[in-house]
Design a protein around this ligand. Structure first.
Ligand SMILES: [Zn+2]
Length: 213
């Protein structure tokens, strides 16, 4: 994987353009599997480690399930996992390095978003209290907040290491065009297989709280 920052579309990039829905945070499905960060909006996206990890989350999922995200709900899960990974990695790094966490821990990309949001600055959060299906907007980043909050709840219930392992392992079993419900059931089954009924119940409850199961 090549990580770089460019100012305009690379000639070999397809799919997502460099500038788009949210401040140039994009991945390119290129032959070289590149991740590309923009610099629209005042803060270079690659200055925010959570923006970097979010995009890396897309690469993780694409490596696990080639072509992942071909339905609206699968695409939403893609955005949600990127946000979750950004937060869980960011909080881990803050802990081990003694960095201060000055925002709500569920806040995503608080540095990148200083230039285009009002305080508290968050590109998105894992705590919007969105509920399925009535809060669907038909946009992957917005709808992803339903899924990402379920992941955050699993992390709060089971602890970081157990939650992260379940969440990542479950994704190997997702269809490229999965629905929320199918992916949630796979995640519950993965928890059951890895850790037994008690933790599977907690995972089910996290998805049920969002209206997904
Ligand atoms: Zn994304």
């Amino acid at each position: 994987m090549v990580v770089e920052q460019r100012h305009q579309n690379g000639a070999n990039c397809q799919g997502d353009g460099l500038w788009g829905a949210h401040d140039g945070l994009h991945r390119c499905r290129c032959a070289a599997h590149q991740l590309v960060w923009g610099r629209k909006g005042g803060v270079d996206d690659a200055e925010d480690a959570e923006a970097i990890v979010h995009e890396y989350g897309h690469a993780v999922q694409d490596a696990q399930v080639p072509g992942f995200g071909s339905s609206l709900e699968a695409g939403s899960i893609g955005e949600a996992f990127g946000d979750y990974l950004a937060v869980t990695v960011g909080l881990h790094e803050a802990k081990v390095n003694g960095w201060p966490v000055r925002t709500d821990p569920t806040c995503v990309a608080d540095w990148d978003s200083v230039s285009y949001t009002l305080a508290p600055h968050c590109l998105r959060t894992l705590s919007e209290n969105k509920h399925y299906p009535e809060d669907l907007q038909g946009e992957v980043h917005a709808d992803g907040e339903i899924w990402s909050q379920a992941l955050w709840t699993i992390r709060e219930s089971l602890g970081t290491t157990v939650a992260d392992r379940i969440i990542v392992n479950a994704q190997f079993g997702f269809a490229p065009d999965t629905s929320f419900a199918a992916a949630a059931n796979t995640t519950v089954a993965t928890a059951q297989q890895m850790y037994g009924a008690g933790k599977a119940k907690a995972v089910r409850a996290a998805f049920a709280a969002r209206g997904i199961l």
